[in-house]
Write a protein of this length. Structure first.
Length: 105
């Protein structure tokens, strides 16, 4: 009896989940003319200077960062790239790209 009850409960929860997911997807597809949607991505850090010698490897390695902003409607990605010599990976660097994209001074 416990096994049958657990299956019924699981099916009921799955049905509720599916209904909520459909409603969420329906709401996400609605487009508001006064709204702009952006997608942000700080891509995986690429370490440059691949040197096989152990001592030189750690002393010469430089991280390269790529931050992408895409206006979903325009579908034209804008990339901001820098290395760790120019700046770090902190929130200030990402906010710089966001502010420039939005046209905020």
């Amino acid at each position: 009896a416990n096994d049958a009850d657990a299956k019924r409960t699981a099916r009921r929860e799955l049905n509720v989940h599916r209904i909520r997911a459909k409603q969420f997807n329906f709401l996400m597809k609605e487009e508001d003319a006064g709204t702009t949607t952006f997608c942000f991505d700080l891509q995986q850090i690429q370490n440059l200077s691949k040197i096989p010698i152990q001592e030189a490897y750690y002393s010469l390695q430089i991280a390269f960062y790529s931050f992408c902003i895409v206006d979903i409607n325009a579908k034209e990605p804008i990339f901001y790239t820098w290395n760790e010599v120019q700046s770090g990976r902190g929130s200030n660097e990402k906010q710089f790209g966001e502010v420039r994209q939005l046209g905020i001074d």
